[in-house]
Design a protein around this ligand. Sequence first.
Ligand SMILES: O=P(O)(O)OC[C@H]1O[C@H](OP(=O)(O)OP(=O)(O)O)[C@H](O)[C@@H]1O
Ligand SMILES: O=c1cc[nH]c(=O)[nH]1
Ligand SMILES: [Mg+2]
Length: 216
Amino acid sequence: MSPVEPAPRKLTAPQHPLLQHKLSLMRDVQTGVKEFRELAAEVSLLLAYEAMRDLETEPTTLTTPIATAEFPMLSGKKLALVAILRAGLIMTESMVRLIPAAKVGHIGMYRDPETLEPVAYYSKLPADISERRVFLTDPMLATGGSAVAAIETLKAAGAVSIKLMSILAVPEGIKRVHDAHPDVEIVTAAIDDGLNDHGYIVPGLGDAGDRIYGTK
Ligand SMILES: O=P(O)(O)OC[C@H]1O[C@H](OP(=O)(O)OP(=O)(O)O)[C@H](O)[C@@H]1O
Ligand SMILES: O=c1cc[nH]c(=O)[nH]1
Ligand SMILES: [Mg+2]
């Protein structure tokens, strides 16, 4: 009998000073909607740079004004960016500027304030998602309930290669995602201490959706 390979449970939290500085500005309660949005978009690009580090390239012959040579160009599976609404939208909207040919999917989900369990209300995913590398975005990985449910939706639609990108995570949420989906790599800008009694990340940055869209 061949031994079963343990699933990877990969977690990446890049310690880049630019990323950390922008995240600190997002945390500041004095930061208003306009600046928060801009920062969230910028942080998403920096995270995408890290999350997409292992995309395949292949040598392609091109002619510069000086010479003809082989240069790397993206190859391999096409990409899908999938946002967990609402807050994940700011991340996919920013990332699609880097990868303009990516298809974009949406999973509508909010967390019930009493039970802290996710409530799904919408799903629209690329039909060929099984053939794409999927980057699932949500700025906040708190209890992990929303991320786990969104990954189940992606897998039910056929997705086999999924990375979860968050801006802030806590150990509880990371564990819940890895326990349920050990094949899913998590890329996050920071790992905070834990959750308060209302399921908010501490010290965190508050309610990401409300801060992006100016609601309460
Ligand atoms: O890890 P969890 O405990 O599931 O919590 C995280 C979820 O909570 C927030 O969404 P919210 O429910 O506030 O919806 P919104 O984006 O529409 O504001 C956040 O954007 C995540 O989706
Ligand atoms: O701290 C948190 C936890 C869940 N959702 C948020 O927007 N913020
Ligand atoms: Mg919210």
